[in-house]
Design a protein around this ligand. Structure first.
Ligand SMILES: [Zn+2]
Length: 763
């Protein structure tokens, strides 16, 4: 009898998981359509409910709400692994923390035990760019497979990998884009663009925030990475539709030099493996070693924290609507040609129909290939991760012994901003308890010291040293090879503070590592109180990203301002303001906006004649307009200013500045420059301008540096703008204009030039 009972119990135990699995609804059952169906998009409300359901019904899945997004949506992460691993998750997390910080490991035998017992930790993040709709739909399919499948391949992953899945890095945008699409599908506005930024402040720039950490979603994701220190982080994106079908690493040159070489090779092997699996499955158009470089840490937090960053980019359709790409549209990209077979693009796609089902299929296969590699090479990933962190703890020869940020610097906002970034990146920063000197340089008590023998020292070095971007050409003597993003991120210049590298033993008592200070934003006196100017920002239905970043900065300062749409300006709203700001937006976009028929009528038309006239009257009657970069052309046209952009028409072989930091010389007589040194650093990129001025109404109050204006990054033909006009002031009627040729608020990082903007906001 006893024996009989035992048998019954065993049978029950074996059957229980598969019975549970049968109760897990597939996306098809839950949503009523397969993830990755033409013209069908699940929104965030539905997706989060589905993930809750998976967690309830599968012993492999837990779902955590890490916090809330900018507009208050839940921001969630799934932790997916075998039930056995779930039962010892805290222990596995401890192993990971020790491998991340080799100083915590006391012996060779302990280390080997950690390698034996640990699991590879792989994070996949989906849908940061909300109009790239595939990844966040694919996320549900992938989660379902991992929760329910008993295929050998999946069981191997579950046993060897802790899979952290962030099914949307931008839930706000997912909800907006998918609701907008679903509202307009099968109407004349099917696949029409969303007429506002799909991240409340940053739009598409939301993946350029991975060292400034300004946005809630970035902070939550970085927090999750710091809690686990994954060995692999895969960010799933989409790209334009006229090239390869999917990209995986290796990246093209350059790599940022503080990234460990063993991560470069690990990234390259993993990306190549993913490409190999897809190509072997018969998926055409897979490219590696093309398009995307690995220079800026703004997109690559993981590369400074022991993890391989795998970017994948799949060709887009029209949101969720299918497209048809004619073969002749497929042409050259960077380091490959989509119309020709090559080693890094061995099986070209010939063109034809392409849609969301293809996108989700490719992305799903890529994600499974990545998890398979992590499972099969579990020990490699752990050992390599440890090796990267160990070399950092031992300090690279290329790094100084320490960085010191002198105390008592004038610009505390910049210092706090930098310290916050370093500490949030788990860089250990200590405060000197007394004055000290190294190599004859004196530092006051309260200086901040960053010893460089620590796990994430590479991050500190990358942010504190001055970047010099290599002069890369498409062929010898040819045009510059366009960097994927910008070429400089030197914190000292962007944030306007001093950091000093020092060698040798520091004889000074240090505090325990400090905690992250908050931004130290304090509004200038003239923008406070009843006398403060009433400020408005123009808010187009094609709002440029810098306008969103502008709103973020002003919100951090708790500054009162309003945003004005075209309709507000048409109905006389400008009467209630003293200052109107136009962020970088071109003339046509400001004046005409979306065309009638392109979007529903209320989002079309731009400022139009009526709005343009209202802006003209606003200034003539005493208002002040501040305009930045392209918007200065709109203002120049409106008031017939005799100015021109000195660099327009120059070929890029002669003049090229793709995101660099330049010297700026300021005229101390202007109130715009009040409280500023006469030489500071400024952000110049492809959309910036240097002016030729021939107009008696205009005063030049800032110029790009004489000689070579470059401080950090890459400049070709700097002599074309050296000493030329960068900031202009003009009086028009009763009012006035301030024009910036460069971007004084680049991605909320140019603390150095914010005071110019604040000073410009005057009655
Ligand atoms: Zn993207």
């Amino acid at each position: 009898m006893t024996r009989y009972l035992t048998v019954i119990v065993s049978v029950f135990v074996i059957l229980a998981p598969s019975l549970a699995a049968q109760r897990i609804p597939s996306p098809q059952q839950y949503f009523g359509f397969e993830m990755g169906s033409d013209r069908r998009l699940a929104n965030w409300d539905e997706l989060t409910s589905y993930y809750e359901e998976l967690a309830e019904r599968s012993q492999r899945v837990i779902v955590d709400t890490l916090g809330t997004t900018t507009t208050g949506q839940p921001f969630v992460m799934l932790t997916i692994t075998s039930p056995e691993n779930h039962a010892r998750l805290a222990e596995l997390q401890d192993i990971q923390m020790k491998l991340a910080d080799p100083r915590m490991i006391s012996s060779e035998s302990e280390l080997n035990q950690l390698f034996d017992d640990g699991k590879a930790v792989a994070m996949i993040t989906h849908g940061i760019h909300s109009t790239e709709v595939g990844p966040s739909q694919m996320a549900a399919r992938l989660a379902y497979t991992m929760a329910s499948s008993n295929e050998e391949r999946i069981l191997e992953i579950l046993e060897n990998v802790i899979f952290l899945q962030i099914p949307s890095l931008n839930p706000d945008g997912l909800q907006w884009v998918n609701d907008w699409y679903n509202e307009h599908v099968r109407t004349q506005f099917e696949a029409a663009p969303l007429p506002w930024l799909y991240h409340f402040y940053t739009g598409h720039d939301n993946n350029r925030d991975w060292y400034a950490f300004t946005q809630d979603e970035t902070i939550l994701t970085v927090g999750a990475q710091n809690d686990w220190h994954p060995q692999i982080v895969h960010d799933v994106h989409q790209m334009g539709g006229n090239g390869a079908r999917i990209f995986f690493p290796p990246y093209i040159e350059p790599w940022e030099p503080n990234i460990d070489p063993a991560l470069t090779t690990a990234v390259s092997q993993l990306g190549t493996y993913m490409a190999a699996e897809l190509t072997a499955q018969g998926k055409k158009g897979v490219v590696v070693n093309a398009q995307y470089d690995a220079f800026t840490p703004a997109r690559a937090y993981m590369h400074y924290h022991g993890a391989a960053r795998i970017l994948s980019e799949t060709a887009s359709a029209q949101i969720a609507s299918p497209t048809n790409i004619p073969p002749e549209a497929l042409g050259p990209g960077r380091n490959f040609d989509a119309s020709q077979r090559s080693w890094n693009f061995p099986d070209p796609w010939e063109g034809g129909a392409w849609g969301l089902p293809d996108i989700v299929d490719y992305q799903y296969s890529g994600a499974l290939a990545l998890l398979t590699n992590a499972a099969k090479n579990r020990r490699f990933w752990l050992e390599n991760f440890y090796g990267v962190n160990k070399r950092a703890v031992d300090k690279w020869d290329a790094w100084p012994d320490a960085w010191v940020i002198p105390g008592n610097q004038e610009n505390q906002t910049g210092v706090k901003y930098a310290l916050r970034s370093l500490v949030m990146s788990e860089v250990e920063v200590a405060e000197a308890q007394e004055a000290f000197s190294v190599d004859g340089v004196d530092f006051p008590a309260g200086s901040y010291v960053i010893p460089m023998n620590q796990p994430y020292a590479g991050y500190a070095n990358s942010m504190l040293e001055v970047q010099h971007y290599p002069d890369l050409r498409e062929y010898p003597g040819g045009p510059p090879q366009r960097p994927y993003d910008v070429t400089a991120h030197t914190f000292g210049y962007l944030l306007d503070f001093e950091a000093v590298e020092v060698e040798g033993n520091l004889r000074v008592e240090l505090s325990e590592p400090i905690t992250a200070p908050d931004f130290d934003f304090q509004l200038p006196a003239h923008l406070n109180g009843v006398e403060a100017p009433r400020v408005a920002i123009y808010k187009s239905w094609q709002e440029p990203m810098p306008a969103g970043w502008q709103r973020w900065v002003l919100d951090q300062y708790d500054m009162a301002y309003d945003t004005l749409h075209d309709a507000d300006i048409h109905s006389g709203a400008l009467d209630d303001y003293d200052v109107l700001l136009f962020q970088a937006q071109d003339v046509n976009s400001i004046k005409n906006g979306f065309r009638l028929g392109e979007l529903p009528r209320q989002y079309t038309g731009g400022l139009g004649d009526q709005g343009v006239q209202a802006v003209g009257s606003f200034v003539r009657n005493g208002g002040r307009v501040i305009a930045i970069e392209a918007a200065t052309e709109f203002i120049a046209e409106l008031f017939d200013l005799n100015i021109s952009n000195l660099t327009s028409g120059l070929p890029n072989t002669e003049f090229y500045i793709p995101g660099s930091i330049l010297r700026l010389e300021l005229d101390s007589a202007s109130e715009i420059n009040e409280g500023m040194r006469d030489e500071i650093s400024a952000w110049y990129w492809r959309s910036s301008m240097a002016y030729e001025v021939d107009d008696p109404r205009i005063r030049i109050v800032g110029r790009y540096g004489q000689g070579s204006p470059l401080l950090s990054g890459w400049v070709l033909g700097g002599e074309h703008i050296a000493g030329e006009a960068a900031i202009l002031e003009a009086d028009i009627g009763e009012g006035s204009l301030v024009l910036f040729g460069f971007q004084p608020n680049y991605r909320a990082q140019t603390v150095a030039t914010w005071p110019l903007l604040f000073n410009a906001m005057r009655k």
